[in-house]
Each structure stands twice: as C-alpha cells, then as structure tokens.
Design a protein. Structure first.
Length: 352
C-alpha cells in the first residue's frame, strides 16, 4: 500500500467521554457519522459506538441503509430531504426522516418515523418559522410517526455569539407549538462545548466533529484527541545540489546541497495541492519540510543532510502539531474538510 490511515477508536471513545462530561447522563447522544464518519470510516466507527450512544445521524439515506444492513439497531436520523423515489426506504429500514420542507409530509409512507426540522436562521435546510401553522395542519392530515423536533445553529462554533441566542429563542417559540413528548435537539459540537450552560441541550445532542478530536471553532478543547494517524514510506531518496529546482513549475529551489525524499501520496489521496510547501512530515522523530508543488501521486520532502534509506517510515498526520487542525489553519479552512478529503483508496486500519 502507498499509505495507511490508522484510526484510533479509543480516542473517539475518549472524545465521547468529553461530550458526556458537558451534557450529563440524562441527555442522549446522536452520534453524527455522516460522510463516512468524517472520513474515518462509517461502519467501523458505528460498530465501535453502537453500545455507547443512543442514536446515529447520517447525511443521506444510503448511509443509513448501510448501517442497517451492517446490523446496527440504534435509531438513525437522516438529515437530507428524502429523495424522490426513495421514501419507502425509511419505513422499510426503520429509519427516521427529517421533514425539512412542507412537501415531504405528503411523500413519506404512512407510519414513517419523522423529526420536524425547523430553520431558525441558518437558511439551509428546514421549515421556516412562518410555516409553523401549515406544518401543524400537515401533521393533522398525515399519518406519520412524529417522534422529534430540531434545529441547527449557524454560529455555535464561536463563543458568546448573539445569533445562537437569537436562534434559540425562535426555536423555543416554535417548540411550544408542538407536543411535549417529541425528542428535542439543537446542540451540535459547538453548542455542546461552548453553550452547554445556555439552555441548548434539551433531550439530545448531535456530536459531530468533536467525536473525531477537533474543536468546532478556534477555541481549543484540551480533552479532545484526534483519532487519525496517516503514514507512508519513502520510495526514493536522491541527492540535490544547491540551485536545483524541485517539482512542477520549479517553484522550490535548494539553497544548499542535501537530499530529497519522495513519498507516494498526493492530491489524489487527499493532500490538497495548495498545501504545497506549507507542512512538515516526521521521519525517525525528526520533522522535515515538504517542498515543491504537490503532484497527483507524490510529494517531495527536503531531508537536509539526512540520507534516509528507501522504505523509511514517514508520518504525514498525527495528533499534535502534525494534525489536520494544523493543516486547516494553513489553508484557512476547518479540520473536517481535511479528514473528509482523504481518499477512500487510502487503506484504513482500526486500532481499538
């Protein structure tokens, strides 16, 4: 294999403990495992968590069906608007649909479990506040199994953001219009860690990126530990003279004689091209700069005066200063864009 992504499942378990520390024993966990568990692996992560959480959440119905066919029995909430033609899957597989649009009421099969999803200010998916009366009429005229109600915060990754409280107040007004027995949930990772004492917890929370070890915003959370470690090996080591250029576009020039190492990973594996020259890897406990333009299948490393042997192990990502969080800072993005971009073709190994 060109490289291996090691997923430390125990770190995911510890991150769940960090969630529970903030929410307490009475609040249910709806673990978000969408998009292959943020790139960590849908089925291995779900199997690891199935006895530790009450619910799973997925982005698409296909992911939920995959969990059911794996034997996962936990309740599953799907975030997407049910795709036309696939409505029967929710009933057939005992999967909970999100009603985020008024049209969904009339499409779902009789008896399908559903959560009402209201848009309180994010303006992505969700029924709008002025549509509450129409939603109530739809409920009276459709024979679905309504079991929950929720919203999603747009700014909870920032501490003390006014928009969180504005959305919360809108949601409370909406919530008062519906039966008390509906499972109520609003808190994503940011709300869990930054607003846990501000009335956002309700009956359940939806931990997502925090499960995989990353703070949802810029404020660090010490007890979250990234779960992935990405390793490869040097496939070639060659001498480079001062003045030589490396890579497409000859964008890096050696200032002195040394050694270049070639690693068989590139942007086809999920190392973004615009990270070129912006990160380091670790070899034998020492850090070395990536140099030259990242190509589709290879990156090059300036080894200085170290002539390592071909086959030497290289750590590309790991917890700490080589984490996806550090890559994200250099790209002006978020860690989960990094982890979800790691190609499915990269071999995963799961460590208990």
């Amino acid at each position: 294999m060109r490289s291996t992504l090691y997923v430390h499942l125990s770190n995911i378990g510890k991150n769940l403990e960090a969630v529970n520390l903030r929410t307490g024993n009475k609040v249910q966990n709806m673990a978000v495992v969408k998009d292959k568990a943020y790139g960590h692996g849908l089925l291995p992560v779900a199997n690891y968590l199935k006895d530790e959480v009450e619910w799973f959440c997925t982005a698409r119905i296909e992911e939920a069906v995959q969990l059911r066919e794996e034997g996962i029995k936990n309740p599953i909430l799907v975030f997407e608007i049910p795709p036309a033609g696939k409505e029967s899957l929710y009933k057939d597989y005992d999967i909970t649909a999100s009603i985020s649009d008024l049209s969904v009421f009339d499409r779902l099969k009789v008896g399908t479990k559903a959560h009402l999803h209201f848009d309180t200010g994010m303006f992505r998916l969700g029924i709008l506040p002025h549509q509450v009366a129409e939603a109530k009429r739809k409920i009276e005229n459709t024979k679905l199994n309504y079991t929950g109600i929720y919203t999603h915060f747009a700014n909870s990754d920032e501490e003390r953001h006014d928009r969180v409280f504005q959305q919360l107040e809108v949601f409370k007004d909406i919530r008062a219009e519906f039966p008390e027995d509906l499972l109520t949930h609003t808190a994503n990772s940011g709300a869990i860690f930054y607003y846990q004492n501000k009335g956002v917890l309700f009956d359940a929370v939806r931990p997502g990126v925090c499960l995989y070890g990353y703070a949802p915003g810029s404020v660090e959370i010490e007890d979250l530990k990234p779960a992935v470690e990405w390793k490869s090996r040097l496939v070639q080591v060659k001498k480079i003279e001062a003045g030589d250029y490396v890579g497409y576009g000859s964008r890096w020039q050696a200032k002195q004689t040394g050694w270049i190492g070639v690693i068989p990973v590139g942007y086809s594996d999920g190392i973004f091209r615009n990270l070129s020259g912006k990160f380091e890897v670790e070899i034998a406990g020492e850090r070395f700069q990536q140099v030259g333009t990242i190509s589709m299948d290879y990156i090059t490393i300036y080894l200085k005066d170290r002539q390592f042997s071909e086959g030497e192990e290289v750590t590309i990502l790991r917890n700490g200063d080589l984490s996806a969080k550090e890559w994200a800072k250099k790209m002006g993005t978020i860690p989960y864009e990094i982890t979800t971009a790691i190609s499915p073709n990269v071999k995963r190994e799961y460590i208990p």
